[in-house]
Design a protein around this ligand. Structure first.
Ligand code: GLC
Ligand code: GLC
Length: 647
């Protein structure tokens, strides 16, 4: 085994870099700090192969070339972020999600919308997949044909680079997806595999039906509406050079081919793409579908230990060649498994699907018991890491709470999920939600929910209801929307707004007219941004203004309160009511108690609850500016949110 210095010397001389080159010295320093870990990880995954040394040397070479190509401005940012790994935890941080085409038409169009993003206070923008992809159906861009080209309908790579720079100068970090579990069937690697090239067939998981059956026995069906099991017959592609009974692994849609990470060439190829994106100026990579990236026969092929090692290897490589880059985990799985991806050396930040699901659960049940229980144990993560807290995103809502947690409260998980699905698809008498079922699976009884925040929170139903009753329902819906956003704004970490929700955009059933989308109800919550509605955001009395201004006020308060920085450092508080969520955040400025009434009736909280948190009279409610008299306790109106601090 050649030692690291020998490797580095060989790399330097091959590139004719002077021995005293300062930039190279910087690279060598990083390599010495992180390459041993990278090597150990790769050796656990691939060490048994005879070509391991060559594979490892190639990975290091990839890192060296990426570092050399990294723009100076980004290297400056790298240094700043290394000094301050908690930059994402600032109370100034606020994220937004948008589809380029639906939000602004094109990348150029998006540049003209930057003032809107700033008005809302965004410092982080997740642009949904914007790479070249199949034209008819691409799973909303999640089938990538190449990372080197932007979808021509949206713009060019140079425009993306320019936009990243613009956003950076405006204080907005750019997040894009790294869809590394699969490529589209039109990716060059897949085309070569279809042409029978053995090296590229080995990039994917192509196998005889009998073998696929052995895997399928243990797999969960992710998109049962698209195809049963996890495989698609190769015969589906006309002219494919494959044996008649061969199938390819496609966890999601048939046109999304899972990559074979047991092959180190796949790791290196994707690592090269990752570092390319880093150098375009991306700050955060949303690591798509992390749970699925490693497969082993006889297992469910989700959350395997190797999946973690693989992400850690990608992470170690970033520490060498693009140290400012942050990984966001997209693991929408059991809460025990979600947290395993969150580590400084794996994914530094992660979606918080449990909080999301439990916020909706609390609205449906008007009770916070499951959420209060989760508060006690489920949200603890390492100090340099952050949750990304959201109420809606482009995907469905899955009820990913743990059955054991539910059972501890006397709730049967299976039945309760059925109730939630009934409730959110509008089939529950007296309910307020108008969602749509997603991937209802009659075999398992499983079902998830699609829908825009406003439609799920009752606004659509309210607007369909005439007269004063409709007005009352509207009022409740607006309160619900502000309440759950208020919770994610007080939770620490990175709050993430699904753009369109800030003005209460409703479900859009237009997707049903498009045969490529009709089978995927998630399109119901991917409407075009309604800029005419957005223009009403300051017209007093409009729904848009009530939501946008209500939200803006909370955002401004959050930005002014250092106690909202940090991540997991909040503590659940028993409010004595099953309807009122309570948690406290600490800072030098004293405690801040968050109270959130998830019911549609007035609730009283005993003054003792406040005193136990060190809140004596006088207290100030930051949200409405009042100094409530604590004499007989404190009152919360329906869906009221209070942020209480010593006055
Ligand atoms: C992730 C995305 C989802 C997509 C899937 C396959 O879960 O969020 O939209 O369908 O990955 O890429
Ligand atoms: C992946 C995600 C899950 C989502 C699906 C796409 O399975 O983990 O959240 O439901 O992709 O909808």
């Amino acid at each position: 085994m050649k030692d690291l210095d020998t490797h580095l010397e060989a790399l330097r001389t091959a590139r004719a870099i002077a021995a005293d080159d300062a930039d190279w010295a910087d690279f060598a320093r990083r390599a010495r700090a992180h390459a041993p870990r990278l090597r150990a990880l790769l050796s656990t995954l691939y060490g048994g192969r005879s070509d391991f040394e060559t594979q490892y040397a190639d990975v290091l070479a990839t890192a060296a070339d990426a570092w050399r190509a990294r723009p100076e401005e980004l290297k400056g940012l790298d240094a700043a972020r290394e000094r301050d790994p908690r930059w994402l935890q600032s109370n100034g941080m606020l994220g937004g999600i948008a589809y380029v085409d639906r939000f602004a038409g094109t990348l150029e169009g998006l540049r003209t919308r930057v003032p809107y993003l700033k008005e809302l206070g965004l410092t982080y923008l997740h642009l949904m997949p914007l790479f070249k992809c199949p034209e008819d159906n691409s799973d909303g861009g999640y089938a990538v044909s190449t990372y080197r080209e932007v979808n021509p309908a949206l713009g060019t790579m140079d425009q993306l680079r320019a936009l990243a720079g613009d956003l950076r100068r405006e204080g907005i970090s750019l997040c894009v997806d790294f869809i590394f579990n699969h490529t589209s069937d039109q990716h060059e690697w897949a085309r070569r595999a279809l042409a029978g090239d053995p090296a590229h067939r080995d990039f994917y998981l192509i196998m005889p039906r009998a073998e696929a059956d052995r895997y399928d026995r243990n797999l969960r069906e992710i998109f049962p509406d698209q195809h049963p099991g996890a495989f698609t017959p190769m015969s589906r592609w006309p002219g494919a050079v494959a044996a008649p009974d061969e199938w390819v692994w496609t966890t999601f849609n048939s046109f999304q081919w899972d990559l074979n990470y047991a092959n180190p060439a796949v790791f290196r190829a994707m690592a090269t793409e990752m570092l390319f994106l880093a150098n375009v100026g991306v700050d955060v990579l949303r690591m798509d579908a992390v749970a699925f990236i490693w497969k082993r026969l006889g297992t469910v092929c989700e959350n395997l230990p190797e999946a973690h090692l693989l992400i850690q290897a990608f992470n170690a490589l970033c520490r060498i060649a693009a140290p400012g880059l942050v990984f966001k985990s997209e693991a929408i799985v059991h809460p025990n498994d979600v947290v395993k991806y969150i580590r400084p050396d794996e994914c530094q930040i992660s979606y918080n699907p449990l909080l999301m699901a439990l916020l909706w659960n609390s609205l449906a049940t008007r009770e916070v018991r499951l959420l209060r229980q989760a508060m006690g144990s489920r949200f603890v993560i390492p100090p340099d890491c952050s949750w990304v807290n959201y109420v809606r995103c482009h995907d469905d809502i899955g009820w990913t709470f743990s059955d054991e947690d539910a059972a501890a409260l006397g709730v049967n998980g299976y039945d309760h999920r059925r109730f939630l699905n009934q409730f959110y698809t509008g089939r529950f008498e007296g309910g307020f939600a108008l969602g749509v079922p997603f991937q209802e699976n009659p075999k398992t009884g499983d079902c998830r929910i699609s829908g825009m925040c406003a439609s799920l929170a009752g606004l659509e139903q309210a607007l369909d209801t005439p007269g004063p009753w409709g007005q009352a329902l509207t009022d409740m819906a607006v309160r619900r929307i502000l309440l759950i956003h208020g919770v994610i704004l007080s939770f620490g970490g990175v709050p993430l707004i699904y753009l369109g929700d800030e003005i209460g955009q409703l479900n859009d059933h237009g997707y049903l007219a498009d045969p490529h989308k009709a089978g995927d109800s998630r399109w119901v919550h991917r409407p075009r941004m309604d800029w005419e509605a957005a223009a009403r955001r300051h017209e007093t009395g409009t729904i848009e203004a009530r939501l946008f201004e209500g939200l803006s006020a909370l955002i401004a308060l959050r930005k002014a309160q250092p106690c909202f920085s940090g991540s997991g450092d909040l503590r659940g508080v028993d409010t004595g009511s099953d309807h009122v969520l309570g948690f406290v955040r600490y800072h030098d400025t004293g405690p801040l108690l968050v109270l959130a009434n998830f019911s549609d009736t007035v609730r009283e909280i005993d003054a003792e609850v406040l005193r136990a948190q060190g809140l004596m009279y006088p207290v100030l409610d930051l949200v409405d500016g009042s100094t409530p008299d604590l004499g007989g306790g404190i009152t919360l109106a329906p869906y009221q949110l209070r942020w209480l601090r010593p006055a």
